[in-house]
Design a binder for this molecule. Structure first.
Ligand code: COA
Ligand code: AMP
Length: 636
């Protein structure tokens, strides 16, 4: 790529003069008070963007557009094949509904700075709850509905909310999932006591309310006055979003208000080339970062129409579901995870269902959340005839780190690469000793500090944890946790994680958390969970367990119990369905379990047993056990 291209100029400028660059972008946001300093580095490596500035994120997402001529434009379209509903809310309607809910939150005692946990399925009220919190300066923490009660309890204990907003149920194909019993159980498990819950009753399953604690949604709104926007500091937290770390304790990523609004606005324009008034759709869930950034805040900050889709890529009703939504609502930009495309490709390999829909307004497809295999990219390019953009980012960064920035300049696509660093990000690759590696050499992907606006400010009530996990290994750099390389043209290639995090259907999960559940089973002496390759979901977890001496029970029974325990304690979303009993785990002489070697064996990849291995025969035993499950079948 030419070093004088529009993209290269923009990227260079963002790194040479970050304050000037971001101050210019920030002009697009409405500030109640302008910042004193664009980048406050006085406490480096803890940086603060737009220090001294004041704004309200909800005002920028809704009221500003109502006042600026978009009052009647749809802001949110709810499309739910699972309930047979399509509903549209204009910017005015959404602003009014959010203001009323914000008033209800205040009436229940929620104040600026208080935390509110939102445990909801994909219904418009979930989006309203997020924006209502933003409106009154409360800090929301959305917990994905597929997590079980103990995971919800962990997040309640960490965030210590004054109130929980929930719904009676979620709907998955073929079954209704009662959320309220999960919420009740989580509240029992949590040490932190929540005084108030607002519960949306969905007709598919009514919840039993706990007198004195639970308030039904409409009852909470009755007689309430709409709340105005509360001005907050740019550096005040907007939300906490928990994400999987290497242990069972999730990390509470904190996002500020000012940097977030500026960065998301910028990404909608520069990365996604989404124009105000257009329809933008991210098929994700509000419980994930993609949902926060690109179902809720990004599209609304930009004045787009956003779509909230309660359905799946296949089976609701068929593999043409995405094309139906794109055609029906005139979607111009669509974002999903590669897994969804693999699911569609499996059911409709020739893409025959696409032809039945008018996709004339569809301009580009964006894929992220996991590594995108080149086959999937080629299939999507071939069948949809629009640019397909693989882009890389994380819950922590909140918006894309590497992408083909079509709003600046469309660059040639290299399937398998997430394209180039987005302006604002100085992406580098370091070896284990912290030295930069030459082009095309795999190493640890890091981002030179300061990170741009909109990235994690810290971990909730745990600055030490933030420093330890992300900033300590390479002083002056943010450790992404991904391994990969930069090629000679500056393209970023993400290859794998450097830790025990796995990616299942675009969902980030901790094998450490699953190991904690297995290890607590009374018959288990020790265990390991590894992520094995799966054609549809990218990876699937697989447990290897060693039983305590003298345990005589049938292995199938124990495996069944382990599968049940992970489902009950972490949730169905973990997709933990396979485990095998082994005699021992392969380890180094110092006792480190050789997880990555086992993963290579399972995936039939070449591997070198470390010289420090305790007993090489343990690897052969693992190979045989994995063959019994249908893995490790290739040439080793
Ligand atoms: N509440 C309760 N349970 C949920 C849930 C929710 N919000 N979301 C998922 N689950 C359950 C599912 O019902 C399933 O349960 P099961 O084991 O009883 O079948 C389990 O969690 C796994 O769900 P999922 O990974 O969605 O698998 P699936 O087999 O139902 O669907 C795909 C497969 C590929 C269609 C699906 O994974 C998909 O759409 N992936 C796209 C990924 C995505 O959007 N990622 C977001 C990041 S961009
Ligand atoms: P999450 O925080 O859940 O969004 O997960 C972030 C992780 O998903 C990253 O650290 C990567 O491991 C992986 N990931 C996300 N996008 C991509 C991509 N485009 N290519 C490869 N891996 C990706």
């Amino acid at each position: 790529m030419s070093s004088t291209s529009r993209y290269a100029d923009s990227h260079r400028r963002s790194l040479q003069d970050p304050a000037g660059f971001w101050a210019e972008v920030a002009e697009a946001i409405h500030w109640d008070r302008r910042w004193d300093e664009v980048l406050d580095d006085s406490a480096a490596p803890m940086y603060r963007w737009f220090a001294g500035g004041r704004l309200n994120t909800c005002y920028n997402a809704l009221d500003r557009h109502v006042e600026g001529g978009r009052a009647d434009q749809p802001a949110l379209i709810y499309d739910s094949p699972l309930t047979g509903t399509v509903a549209s809310f204009s910017y005015r309607e959404l602003r009014d509904r959010v203001a009323l809910l914000a008033g209800a939150l205040q009436q229940q005692g929620v104040k600026a700075g208080d935390r509110v946990v939102i445990y909801m399925p994909m219904v418009p009220e979930a989006v309203m709850a997020m924006l209502a919190c933003a409106r009154i300066g409360a800090v929301h923490s959305v917990v994905f509905g597929g997590f079980a009660a103990p995971e919800l309890a962990k997040r309640i204990d960490d965030a210590a909310p004054v109130l929980v907003v929930s719904a009676s149920c979620g709907i998955e194909p073929g079954r209704v999932i009662a959320y309220k019993p999960l919420l009740d159980h989580a509240l029992e498990l949590a040490a932190h006591k929540v005084k108030r819950c607002i519960v949306l009753q969905r007709p598919q399953c009514l919840a039993t309310l706990v007198a004195g604690r639970d308030v039904e949604w409409n009852a909470a709104l009755a007689g309430v006055k709409p709340a105005p926007c509360v001005s907050v500091a740019a550096t005040d937290p907007l939300y906490i979003l928990y994400t999987s770390g290497t242990t069972g304790k999730p990390k509470g990523v904190v996002r500020d208000n000012g940097g977030h609004a500026v960065a998301l606005y910028y990404s909608m324009q520069a990365v996604f080339d989404a124009r105000p008034g257009e329809v933008y759709w991210a098929a994700s869930d509000v419980g994930w970062v993609v949902g926060h950034s690109y179902i809720v805040y990004g599209p609304l900050l930009r004045g787009c129409t956003t779509i909230l889709y309660e359905g799946k890529p296949v089976g609701t009703p068929d593999a043409g579901a995405f094309w139906r939504v794109i055609a029906q609502h005139g979607v111009s930009t669509f974002f999903t995870a590669p897994t969804a495309f693999r699911a569609i490709k499996k059911e409709d390999p020739r893409g025959e269902l696409i032809g039945g829909y008018d996709l004339s307004r569809f301009r580009a497809l964006y894929l992220a959340g996991e590594r995108c295999d080149p086959d999937t990219i080629h299939w999507a390019q071939d069948k949809l005839k629009v640019p397909v953009v693989d882009h890389w980012w994380q819950t922590e960064t909140g918006w894309p780190v590497a992408a083909n920035c079509r709003g600046i300049q469309e660059l040639p696509v290299k399937p398998g690469s997430a394209s180039v660093p987005v302006p604002g990000y100085d992406v580098q690759v370091l070896d284990n000793d912290g030295h930069p590696v030459p082009a095309d050499t795999i190493g640890n992907i890091v981002i030179k500090l300061p990170l741009p606006p909109g990235t994690l400010a810290t971990m909730w009530h745990n600055e030490a944890g933030y420093r330890e996990h992300y900033l300590t290994r390479y002083p002056g750099y943010y450790l992404s946790g991904d391994a990969g390389y930069l090629d000679g043209d500056g393209y970023v290639w993400i290859m794998s994680r450097i830790d025990d995090i796995i990616n299942v259907a675009g969902h980030r999960l901790s094998t450490g958390a699953m190991e904690e559940v297995l290890a607590a089973h009374p018959d288990v002496a020790e265990c390991a969970v590894i992520g094995v390759a799966d054609q549809l979901k990218g990876q699937l977890p697989l447990g290897l367990v060693v039983l305590k001496a003298g345990v005589q029970r049938p292995h199938e029974d124990i495996v069944q119990e382990l599968v049940g325990r992970v489902r009950e304690q972490i949730g169905a979303v973990a997709c933990f369905k396979q485990a095998v009993v082994v005699q021992r785990l392969p380890k180094t002489r110092s006792g480190k379990v050789l997880r990555s070697t086992m993963r290579s064996i399972a995936d039939s990849q070449p591997y070198n047993a470390p010289a420090t291995i305790d007993d090489p025969k343990a690897l052969d035993e693992i190979g045989s056990a994995l063959k019994g499950l249908g893995y490790a079948l290739g040439n080793l």
